[in-house]
Design a protein around this ligand. Structure first.
Ligand SMILES: C[S@@+](CC[C@H](N)C(=O)[O-])C[C@H]1O[C@@H](n2cnc3c(N)ncnc32)[C@H](O)[C@@H]1O
Length: 217
């Protein structure tokens, strides 16, 4: 039993390291790769999400190059983490350019170093498609957000329609290699599996992109 646990911990560390290196490689190209979708749709979804965030102690997990930073509410205290120091460097520069005070830390969403019940809210956008063990990471959000607090996730998910889900599963390994993201994650189910309570799921692009509001208790 101990050996099985040890080998799964070794696997988790190895997978996190692969993800970190992949995003370090992607970092200089990331904004360019997403330029069109960002302008066409993502920016309005980010605006919508952040308009819902109340003042308080807020955590952004998987901040990436900091595309949410322009929408951070000025009355909130922001902490932002990411596994990839390459992505974080861009986010830090963006925060400086926008004169937004943000506490940045390189950290694995699957092993947050914050105490229990520390944040009023946590946000992640397009992150749990790339966290190697999403249920573990979501469980960490449950732990660090105070009872009665809010967890907001903007995620693209697997569409449960016969041909589409088949194609998503087929293409997934290629997309992971190029973009680092799994296109067939069942994030709503993962949120439930992590023990979070779903308050609302809004469909932003059919059932492909979903805004999930959850509570830790
Ligand atoms: C697709 S990008 C999204 C970035 C940003 N949230 C956005 O909306 O543009 C996924 C981000 O999640 C980060 N990430 C992946 N696995 C992670 C983990 N285990 N812990 C923290 N960050 C992680 C990646 O480094 C990357 O910056």
């Amino acid at each position: 039993m101990e050996n099985i646990t040890q080998s799964s911990q070794v696997d988790d560390i190895r997978l996190a390291e692969i993800t970190r290196k992949r995003y370090n490689r992607i970092a200089p190209l990331y904004d360019l790769m997403e330029w069109f979708v960002e302008k066409a749709t993502f920016s309005s979804w980010r605006k919508l999400l952040w308009s819902r965030i109340k003042a308080g102690n807020v955590l952004e997990v998987g901040v990436g190059t900091g595309k949410n930073i322009p929408y951070y509410p000025s009355d909130a205290s922001l902490t932002a983490v990411d596994l990839s120091e390459g992505m974080l460097a861009f986010a830090q520069r963006r925060a400086e350019d926008l004169a937004k005070p943000v506490k940045f830390q390189r950290m694995d969403a699957q092993a947050l170093t914050f105490p229990d019940n520390f944040f009023d809210s946590a946000v992640a956008t397009f992150v749990f498609c790339s966290v190697p063990q999403p249920v573990v990471g979501l469980g960490e959000l449950k732990r660090v957000v105070k009872p009665g607090g809010d967890i907001w996730l903007l995620e693209h998910v697997r569409v449960n329609k016969p041909v589409i889900s088949f194609l998503m599963d087929l293409l997934n390994p290629l997309v992971v290699r190029i973009m680092g993201a799994n296109i067939n994650r069942q994030t709503v189910q993962n949120v439930e599996a992590a023990g979070l309570r779903i308050l609302e799921v809004e469909n932003l692009k059919g059932k492909l992109v979903r805004l999930i509001h959850a509570s830790p208790d």
